[in-house]
Write a protein that binds this ligand. Structure first.
Ligand code: AMP
Length: 541
């Protein structure tokens, strides 16, 4: 027997209607290269309606991917609304990726149109020749003094909006499983992989963020996503702000620590989130700014360092709140809260709880699978692979006919993180099985880096591991076996890499050894190398 309730699709037009109907008076502020702009949500909604008409004018078909290379900005928010609410797919692209990866991603997604912030043109335009699919490149003027290429594909965002009259109907998505957004992750081995979010997953994720025991985001908040809008939809913060009518402060290209902290202070930001490297960068400035408005700082995408969290607590009265998630998980899956069971803990222990990944948000299920393939006990000490299932978790990657090796036979996502779960469901990440280094929130594939090092004829073997780093979270360390008689130095290795990989991939530490330890099957024993590194060398400054 079916229930007799209305079958309303959980789709982003509901979010648009809510912010347009109820919260038109609330604010959206954007940092620009040349200052700042402030508008109301009513302005954003009216411009979204124009943008919807402009996408029609450009002839962007339903279901087509609309690629964006953008900072966190009002225009990016307009794209967040107009693209999915008209049945197209918003494809946010990380402009910091290696050029080959960007090229691969634009091709694989077959983006029909690209929207590019003017300050990012110097990165994107040199690649444009090699993009196969985009018919237009729409430039969003963020105040950068960058010349516009003389090319028929270039269109100005404001010109485009000025040329159309706004769409005055109701946005409608009939099937909630329609694709809404696309984000590629390079946090896997091989080429980046596309994660295709549905309207349903986006709406559910936004609702989950509002829950009191998640982030409790409300109309009274001033939300500032420092996490980029190309990184898993800025962790869903913009949609959450729209649903509840919070003010939104977007840093735009003004991403230096001094600029970020000034914006937080000036706009009395109450809720913000970014990767650990950002919070490390702001820490020396805390004493000189009034951040008393902040009620929660989310430090996600990597572990929280307790010393850093303590500095925040001492300087502004609140510690850093960790959260765990992945591109494949929309992303927020676990958030720590001080529950009744933590009431008797001393302040340091309570800060440690807040600095741990925490427990799963409602609707998502977690399990930890041990080496024997069975689920381990939730005892807080037995580690295994963390696996996740739920309506905001990917079922497979773009282009896969059936779920690939990242998914289990019973449909759970294999996260590649090694974790323990305690008796109350609190997760702790203890290691990673995926062979990747996360530096400043961005991935470095160690296997590719090893390949680049071994491309030097003076190298016999090389293995790369990620080690903790106080500023970047992790940095790659290369273990290298030189060929006899070559006299290879660490500088030689780095010099060789400059023409093979992105500059930020190049390891500061190159350690020469006589042999790379191997597993029984002849693979590099990275676990052993990591242990060896921890014993031999204290974390570097
Ligand atoms: P991404 O898909 O780029 O967002 O990266 C997701 C990965 O970042 C996870 O699989 C973890 O390896 C790492 N990560 C995310 N959140 C945390 C956290 N709270 N603690 C430790 N590692 C994390």
């Amino acid at each position: 027997m079916y229930g007799l309730m209305q079958e309303h699709a959980l789709a982003l037009p509901l979010v648009f209607r809510r912010v347009e109907q109820y919260f038109g008076h609330k604010r959206v502020v954007t940092g620009r290269v040349d200052g700042e702009s402030a508008v109301t949500w009513a302005d954003v909604c009216a411009r979204t309606r124009r943008l919807a008409a402009a996408l029609d004018r450009l002839g962007v078909p339903s279901g087509a991917r609309v690629g964006t290379f953008g900072w966190n900005s009002q225009r990016h928010v307009e794209l967040y609304l107009a693209v999915p609410c008209t049945g197209r797919v918003l494809h946010t692209i990380n402009h910091r990726l290696f050029h080959e990866q960007i090229r691969y991603i634009v091709d694989d997604a077959a983006d029909d149109v690209l929207f590019v912030d003017r300050s990012l043109l110097p990165t994107v335009w040199p690649l444009a020749e090699s993009f196969r699919s985009p018919r237009h490149v729409v430039v969003m003027d963020d105040g950068a003094d960058v010349p516009l290429p003389d090319d028929p594909r270039i269109v100005g965002y404001e010109t485009l909006l000025a040329e159309v009259s706004l769409f005055d109907g109701e946005f409608s998505i009939a099937d909630e499983n329609t694709a809404a957004a696309l984000c590629y992750t390079s946090g896997t081995t091989g080429n980046p992989k596309g994660v295709l979010y549905s309207h349903r997953s986006m709406v559910l994720h936004a609702l989950l963020l509002l829950m009191t025991d998640t982030f409790g985001i409300s109309e009274r908040d001033v939300v500032m996503p420092v996490v980029p809008m190309f990184h898993v939809n800025a962790w869903g913060f913009p949609y959450a702000a729209m649903l509840c009518g919070a003010d939104l402060v977007l840093p735009g290209p003004a991403m230096r620590p001094a600029e970020l902290i000034t914006q937080m202070e000036r706009h009395r930001v109450t809720f913000t989130g970014a990767v650990p490297t950002v919070w490390r960068g702001l820490e020396p400035l805390l004493a000189d700014h009034d951040l008393s408005s902040l009620r929660m700082i989310v430090c996600g995408g990597g572990a929280v360092d307790d010393a850093l969290s303590r500095s925040y607590q001492q300087a502004i009265g609140i510690p850093l709140t960790n959260a765990w998630g992945m591109t494949e998980t929309s992303p927020v899956v676990t958030v720590p809260r001080l529950a009744t069971v933590h009431d008797d803990l001393d302040p340091d222990a309570q800060r440690a709880v807040i600095g741990s990944p925490g427990l799963a948000v409602p609707l998502t299920e977690l399990r930890v699978i041990g080496e024997d393939g069975t689920e381990v006990a939730w005892d807080g000490s037995t580690p295994g692979e963390l696996q996740a299932a739920g309506p905001t978790i990917a079922a497979r990657y773009v282009g896969e006919e059936r779920p690939g090796p990242a998914f289990t036979d019973d449909g759970w996502l294999r996260t590649g993180d090694v974790a323990t779960i305690d008796g109350h469901g609190y997760v702790r990440i203890v290691d990673r099985t995926k062979d990747l280094v996360k530096s400043g929130g961005e991935w470095i594939p160690s296997v590719e880096l090893e390949g680049a090092i071994m491309a030097d004829p003076r190298v016999a073997e090389a293995a790369v591991i990620g080690v903790e780093h106080p500023r970047w979270g992790e940095r790659p360390v290369a273990y290298v076996v030189p060929k006899p008689g070559t006299g290879l130095t660490a500088d030689d290795v780095r010099e060789h890499l400059t023409s093979h990989v992105a500059r930020w991939w190049i390891p500061e530490q190159v350690i020469f050894i006589s042999e790379i330890p191997k597993t029984a099957t002849g693979k590099f024993a990275k676990r052993q190398l990591r242990l060896q590194h921890r014993q031999d060398i204290p974390p570097e400054e």
